[in-house]
Write a protein that binds this ligand. Structure first.
Ligand SMILES: Cc1cc2nc3c(=O)[nH]c(=O)nc-3n(C[C@H](O)[C@H](O)[C@H](O)COP(=O)(O)OP(=O)(O)OC[C@H]3O[C@@H](n4cnc5c(N)ncnc54)[C@H](O)[C@@H]3O)c2cc1C
Length: 468
């Protein structure tokens, strides 16, 4: 019997996550990616001057991101993620604090470091502890998709300092949106699954290599070994639909491709662009996509002429810049020659129109204020990468808009971090969506099987507190 074929449009994390299990299951998979490297938003560009692979924006993961971990394991590159068991914070007064494990059972496993957290006072900490227990006890309810976490914090007596120096820095990094535009359900997920249920869930994973290298060659090799393949610099221009099925897709170079099944792993606005309007108009599945919004991010890269003291990852409190990543450390670049720092500004709406030079000035001022050894150092190279359409806004009501990975077209399946995964717009969500889309393809082909990955178990006292 001939192999069933699958064409996957988009080689980001979601497209790769759909491709791998289908290739494993014996499908003839072909992945089409517009750019030269795989990984999508979580990828690298090739510097035209040096030929180096540089990440457009630093990406991190956590131990609770088990689907992404499974995907990286399949690709043989999970060991290229360095998981840090210490989260480092520095406030504008120069107070350095760490969140780290202490051997107590969950959810108390970071409690000693939290008690010692210098940027917060006792009243802030008591309020935070109370809110954490309330989150654990909250369970999963429809109203958590209607209220913003900002309103919930108000109702739960959180101090302005607790919000400014604890809740916002963590949530804006994970959800890429302000608390006033983030639904409680997503905030609860981050804290309950990321910080409270398992002592290792909060460990922060940072790639040791460029993102493009994490995803590109390992995916190409994986697919090739299984008789499948991927084309980079391959742009899908349009999708031809006959009745309730996709008949073919057409690439920008004019090639027409047919397959038994199709997986779109594009962002939702791009999916709407390649589908005929006659297919999408008036169909709630597609109409809902038009109501979803995207939130911007900015990645600022600075190369200094000398060594700079900085942990691998440092969260800045009270500043415009949220994170400093020391790429010289995380990528193990030659020490002594200089230092490469990569900064992130999440939910960067306020800088949408700020000129590049001004943004560089703001970020450099933050870096120099935070890191004494950067004050005398000269910037020898810089790069600003802005993503106006960075990630899905996790606003109240968005959950009802996020679509299933099974589309109304019988042979089209949809992956993408914005589809219905319950997760904020992250690589983890993308990986989950890809596995789910692959499950639907397997089911459609009469070869149904589960691709579920075991979640981290709920341990310790969290088991008693968690209301399911
Ligand atoms: C600046 C930034 C920082 C982030 N930081 C983090 C982080 O620290 N941790 C985290 O977990 N998540 C982070 N995210 C979110 C994460 O990157 C995304 O949620 C995830 O990578 C989305 O994956 P995806 O495969 O669903 O979509 P995408 O990555 O967008 O993949 C879609 C792919 O389709 C390709 N494509 C588009 N049009 C076509 C076409 N016509 N034909 C063929 N191919 C096409 C694109 O080039 C792309 O490769 C960040 C996002 C941004 C923008």
């Amino acid at each position: 019997m001939s192999k069933k074929s699958v064409a996957i449009i988009g080689g980001g994390v979601a497209g790769i996550a759909a491709a791998l299990p289908l290739a494993d299951a014996g499908f003839d998979v072909t992945l089409y990616e517009k750019r030269p490297l795989l990984g999508g938003r979580a990828s690298s560009y090739i510097d035209p001057h040096t030929g180096e692979r540089l990440d457009e924006c630093q990406h991190g993961t956590m131990r609770c991101c088990v689907y992404l971990a499974d995907l990286l394991e399949k690709l043989g590159v999970h060991d290229q993620i360095d998981y840090h068991d210490v989260l480092a914070f520095l406030d504008s007064a120069g107070n350095y604090s760490e969140i780290k494990g202490c051997g107590l059972p969950a959810p108390l496993h970071t409690s000693l470091s939290f008690l010692a957290f210098k940027s917060l006072g006792l009243r802030d900490k008591i309020g935070i502890a109370y809110a954490m227990i309330a989150m654990l006890r909250a369970g999963k309810r429809p109203e958590h998709h209607q209220e913003t976490i900002a309103a919930w914090f108000q109702r739960h007596g959180q101090t302005p300092r607790a919000i400014q120096r604890f809740w916002r820095p963590i949530l804006i990094s994970a959800c890429n949106e302000e608390l006033e535009r983030t639904a409680c359900a997503y905030a609860f997920k981050i804290f309950v699954e990321g910080f409270l249920c398992h002592p290792r869930a909060f460990h922060f994973g940072v790639p040791k290599v460029p993102l493009g290298s994490l995803y590109t060659e390992p995916t190409l090799a994986y697919l090739e070994k299984r008789g499948s393949g991927a084309f980079t610099r391959a742009i899908v221009d349009s999708v031809e639909v006959e009745g309730n099925r996709i008949a073919s897709i057409t690439l920008q170079n004019g090639a027409v491709v047919t397959a038994d099944y199709y997986v779109s792993a594009l962002q939702f606005d791009l999916l709407l662009k390649i589908l005929p309007a006659s297919v999408t108009e008036g169909v709630s599945y597609f109409e809902n996509l038009k109501k979803m919004e995207l939130s911007p991010l900015a990645g600022i890269h600075l190369w200094f002429d000398r060594p700079i003291e900085c942990p691998p990852a440092l969260a800045l409190l009270d500043r415009e810049t949220e994170w400093i990543f020391n790429k010289t450390k995380t990528w193990s670049l030659p020490q002594g020659a200089g230092t490469y720092l990569s900064m992130v500004i999440s939910a960067s709406h306020r800088f949408a129109k700020t000129p590049k030079e001004e943004l560089l000035r703001i970020v450099l001022a933050d870096v120099r204020a935070a890191l004494p050894t950067a004050r005398e150092a000269n910037v020898v190279r810089s790069q600003v990468v802005r993503w106006p359409k960075g990630t899905l806004v996790p606003a109240p009501g968005v959950d009802a808009l996020r679509p299933s990975q099974r589309s109304p077209l019988s042979n089209l399946f949809v992956a993408g971090e914005w589809t219905d995964t319950g997760w904020p717009s992250t690589m983890e969500s993308a990986a989950r969506s890809g596995y789910r889309a692959a499950e639907y393809v397997l089911e459609a082909a009469g070869a149904a099987r589960s691709l579920a990955v075991a979640e981290l178990p709920v341990t310790g006292l969290a088991r008693w507190l968690l209301r399911r």
